[in-house]
Design a protein around this ligand. Sequence first.
Ligand code: ADP
Length: 499
Amino acid sequence: MELIGAIDQGTSSTRLIIFKAGTCEVLVEHQLEVQQHFPNEGWVEQDPLELLKSVHLCIQGVVDKLQAKNIPVSSIKGIGLTNQRETTIVWNRLTGIPVHPAMVWSDARNSLIVKNLCSEFGQDHLRTQCGLPIATYFSATKLLWLWDHIPEVKQLAEEGNLLFGTVDTWILWNLTGGTQNGLHLTDVTNASRTMLMSLKTLSWDPSLLKFFNLPLHILPTIKASSDDFGCIATGPMRGIKISGVVGDQQAALLGQGCTRIGEAKSTYGTGCFMLYNTGDSIVESKHGLLTTVAYQQAGRSATYALEGSVAVAGSSVRWLRDNLGLIKDSSEISSLAEQVEKTDGVYFVPAFSGLFAPHWKSDARGTLCGLTSHSTKHHICRAVLEATCFQVKDIFEAMKMDSKSSPSSILVDGGMTASQILLQLQSNILGIDVQKPSFSEVTALGAAVAAGVSLGLWQLGTKISDLQTYSPEIDNIERDRKMKRWRMALERSLGWELE
Ligand code: ADP
């Protein structure tokens, strides 16, 4: 039996899933939640050592489960790694110790840096080279904050001992040996989220490095997504090849089998991300979307995508649970929301650290509008679910304009799609069918595809056949009325953060 493992290091959890090669048949899996810390307004941190430990614990957990089933670990022919993107880690090459907590992708402490760059050069100054607006979201502006505020960062860089990486790079360096000759690598999809890579050449762009005044020697080597990333150096999976690395949203695109031009998917995890495959064309967005690398096989040209990124989706459910204590577990949001037929005028804009696509407003903050003495937690739960759907509608409309196409259905996946009411509301608000595969671990599946393709054990473009479909249950008049109210709520969230 030939097996492929997929490590999925997300913002909420880490999991390792072992697939029968070429299929979505899962033999064993192990999953652990990871902590996020919010030490200040707009700050979001994770402990890089905790992320790494969770990977090691998942490896051990999976090995124990394989042994219990009498399956030899040597059946695993390769490992794929997928990860939360943009999250920025800097560490000391000599000790392997991180210099600072990981600045998570949704961390907006760099908003002043971004504001200054935007007012001097304009938000879209670097779009042609890297496909991205200047925003708090991307690694380069996070790295600038670390550079300016943490003296050890600049000092270690001057000594030649600072390494920068997104989460893929951090895990790869450690799994392949760390201070003992660990490999400092990333893949094109992750590199395309840093603002430092040229979309055309797929290498670090000297003019972008000059713009941000960052040195090349701290950056990892860029490889394709299906490529040779070395072997695991120690532990119970020692010697197993890492043969694929791909950012989580691009992994979901691969997992959904959206490898042809015009195919799209939307993933509802901590944030929500819609990707539209544009083949080998680098389409520059005119409507606030991102241009990004979708994937690349070693030795071949890259495939690109248009992306709409929403910062807060499932994390608003977690916020109801952890900050407000309104629900005890994530699934309770649906049972509460179902007890009312409408939000009765309550609208929620979850701009906790500003708004991403298509608005790109770092000064927006969360807003709950339309409360009356009639409003209950049921209305609020429903408004929180609807907020994700409205945000997805905004990026869907932008994507229609940029791609000049009008899909009649959309494939979905991610933790939040466990909520059936969310999927029905989404179909109502988009006005098209929403289709959810019965297999839920689509992101991990995509990492397994990337790894399996390098080893000749997987075929690109395989779709999950079993789909559940949600069709619109409201008419255009009702949809337009809701969108108008949403836009009013959105207006009220803007300009809240003063400095
Ligand atoms: P990530 O890949 O970003 O770590 P996941 O795809 O694992 O995220 O999804 C986790 C998110 O999904 C959490 O933010 C959680 O609040 C949300 N979630 C999980 N289960 C449900 C549910 N039954 N209903 C609504 N949201 C849920």
